[in-house]
Every structure is written in C-alpha cells, then in structure tokens.
Ligand binder design. Sequence first.
Ligand code: SIN
Length: 204
Amino acid sequence: MSHHSRDATGQGAPLAERSSLWLFGYGSLIYKAGFDFQQRRPAHIRGWRRRFWQGSHDHRGTLSNPGRVATLVAEEGAVCHGMAYRIGPEVLAGLDIREKNGYRRFMTPLWFDDGDSRGTTSKDEGDDEALVYIATEGNEAWLGEASAPEIAAHISAAVGPSGPNRDYLLLLAQSLREMGHNDAHVFAVEEALLALEGRRHTTG
Ligand code: SIN
C-alpha cells in the first residue's frame, strides 16, 4: 500500500455509515458502471500505476483459463487516470461481489481532472478521498508481470461469463483515449492484441 493510502476495513468511520462517498474506477468501472450514482467525473489518483497483472476467473476468464484484467501497483510519482462516481453506501455490497475475485478495498486521496479538489459542496469527512478496489500480489487470482505481447496473447485466448477478455482491454483503451489519456501499458497491450488478431486474420 502506498504512503497516502489506507486499507478501507477497520479504520475510520465505516463506509456503510456515510451518506455518500467517492468510488474511483480505473478498469471496467470506467466504462461500465452497472450501479446507481449521483455524479460521474474524470479523476485521478497518485502513486499508482494501472497494470494487467490480475487474473480473472469469474468475469473475463474461467478457473482453468483465467483472463487478465487491470489492477494497480504502487509506484512513486505515478498518476492513474480513471472515473470517480459519487455513490450511496448501498452500492457497496454489489461492488464487493463484482470485485470479489482477489480485490480488496482501500482509500486513497482523489483529484478531479478539472482541478476541483473536492467535487462536492459538502464538508463531509472523507470527501477528498475515494474508495478503490485493488488486487495485490499473492491473491488467489494474481498472475503478475509479463510483456505486452504475452499479456495480449493471454487476453486473446480468454473468455468468461462477462464476455471475451479482449473486449475488456479494447473498451478500457478506447475509454482512456476518449478521455484524452495516454496509458503506455494499456496501449502497448492493445497494439499487441490487434497485431496478433491481424496476423491470425491474414493467415486464416
Ligand atoms: C476498477 O475498474 O476500478 C477495478 C477493476 C475492474 O473491475 O476492472
């Protein structure tokens, strides 16, 4: 866990007692909410880098053929762009189920891309930080570091209950591009996937 971030269990006011809170999404949560929210705003967190190092047994792959999905790794000076949602605490139970395959909650300071530091007019405690789901090394679905071509090959071969793994990657890359962000890791994996599919296509 990076210096500014803290585990969201067992510290501070329980999230369920808050009237609302910020959730920061950096993977599928950018392009697919699937829950009610009060606001949706481009935002970023600091000290974290997005990486396709987490396995997926339950969404974009299976236990015998896991997919690869995004998680965060701590890196001094890094900025991770994504989407912030203002949610009520009743949304958390569904999110915990959606993110159950190795992710856990943590709280970290949040910055809005428009420069507004809080994003709400209220002065509630915790309005300047966000809940984030992170999968850390050692969880049951962890896959770890690999080259962009290796990750792309892995992604192209995986399908799960939420659909083909390639769709997760391409939707994430498209969303980041539309938001004006250049994520070198995501775009390198996307390029490798498209090259792989192009080769497969042309060779039949
Ligand atoms: C997130 O999007 O913030 C978490 C990872 C995912 O569900 O893809």
